[in-house]
Structure formats: C-alpha cells, structure tokens
Design a protein around this ligand. Sequence first.
Ligand SMILES: [Ca+2]
Ligand SMILES: [Ca+2]
Length: 104
Amino acid sequence: MKYLVGIIILLERIGDSNETAWWIGLTDENVEGLWKWHDTDTLATFTDWYPGEPSTNGGGSNNEDCASIYVRESFHWNDVDCQLYKYYPICELGGTESSPEVVG
Ligand SMILES: [Ca+2]
Ligand SMILES: [Ca+2]
C-alpha cells in the first residue's frame, strides 16, 4: 500500500493529479462488512481505514461499498457510495509466478 501512496504523492507533485481520493478495488457490495478485493474475490487481510471508517452510511448515503484511499485523511481508507463518487482507480500490478528470464 505504501507503493500506491507513493504513486499518488508523485502524481500530485508533478501536477498531474488533484484527486481527493482513489478507488483501490476493495468492496463489500456482496456482504456488508466483508471487504473483498474486486479482482480476486478474496477477503482483505490488511486494511488501513481512517478512524471511524468504514462508516457504511456517512455523507447521507446508505450504500458505502467501495473503499478509497482518501488523500485528505492522510491516505487512510474511506468507504464511499460506489455510484455517487467516481474516483479513478489506482491498482498494484499482480505478481507473476514465472521465473525471471535468464539473459546471456
Ligand atoms: Ca458497505
Ligand atoms: Ca465512509
């Protein structure tokens, strides 16, 4: 997660981003309170929620099912309404199980 925060800080410093938050691909839309990664459908084993989050119904919405990295909350996570807020996604690349290619 530090890698993703580093990317966000870099984008801000080069003036390429003024986003308030970024979608990280974590959702509890299927079972409330069970946060799963969208791409693998696996439960999150690590979370970094801002104090008081996930709030489920903050901001007047009763449907906060999408986790975001919230820039103004020191890059901690906040759940938001998936339809109400359209944040850009920021994702880590998946690892590869293949051996590195030997050159030479
Ligand atoms: Ca939720
Ligand atoms: Ca929230």
